[in-house]
Write a protein of this length. Structure first.
Length: 137
C-alpha cells in the first residue's frame, strides 16, 4: 500500500511541476476574463432555455466563442497586450460607475479630460495642449 501512495505522490509532484512549467510566462486570468467567462456561461444557459432553433444556435455559438476567447487570453504569452486590454476595460467600467464626473476628449490632442457633472455649459481647457473648448456637462 505504501508503494502506491509513494507513486501517487511522485506522480502528482511531477504533474504539478509540469503544469507550473507550462504556465510560466503566461498571462493567467483577470477581471476582464472573469466577465467574459460569466457572459459565456449566461449565453450557454440561454441557449439551453431558448427553444427557437436559430436563436438557440446563436447563443450556443456565442457561448463557445466567449469561452475560447477567455482561454486564449489566459494562456497568452503576450502579457503586455492582455494587461492593456484589462486596463482599458477597468477604465471603461470606472467611467460607467462615476456619476459625479463627465469625460470628454480634447479635439486637438485627444487627451481625456474629466469635468464635474451638472455645471451647464463650461469652457474646458485641455491640461496637455491648452486647447479651449466648450461642452455641456
Amino acid at each position: 500500500m505504501s508503494g502506491i501512495s509513494n507513486w501517487l505522490q511522485r506522480f502528482s509532484a511531477k504533474l504539478s511541476a509540469g503544469f507550473r512549467s507550462f504556465m510560466a510566462g503566461r498571462y493567467r486570468t483577470d477581471r476582464l476574463n472573469m466577465v467574459i467567462l460569466c457572459t459565456g456561461l449566461a449565453a450557454s444557459l440561454l441557449s439551453v432555455w431558448i427553444q427557437t432553433s436559430p436563436l438557440n444556435l446563436v447563443f450556443w455559438a456565442l457561448s463557445y466563442g466567449l469561452m475560447f476567447w477567455a482561454i486564449f487570453r489566459s494562456l497568452s504569452r503576450n502579457t503586455y497586450k492582455r494587461y492593456r486590454e484589462n486596463r482599458k476595460f477597468l477604465m471603461m467600467l470606472d467611467r460607467i460607475k462615476d456619476r459625479e464626473n463627465r469625460y470628454f476628449d480634447c479635439p486637438r490632442c485627444h487627451q481625456t479630460v474629466r469635468v464635474p457633472r451638472g455645471k451647464g455649459k463650461i469652457a474646458i481647457t485641455c491640461p496637455k495642449c491648452k486647447e479651449k473648448f466648450v461642452k455641456k456637462t
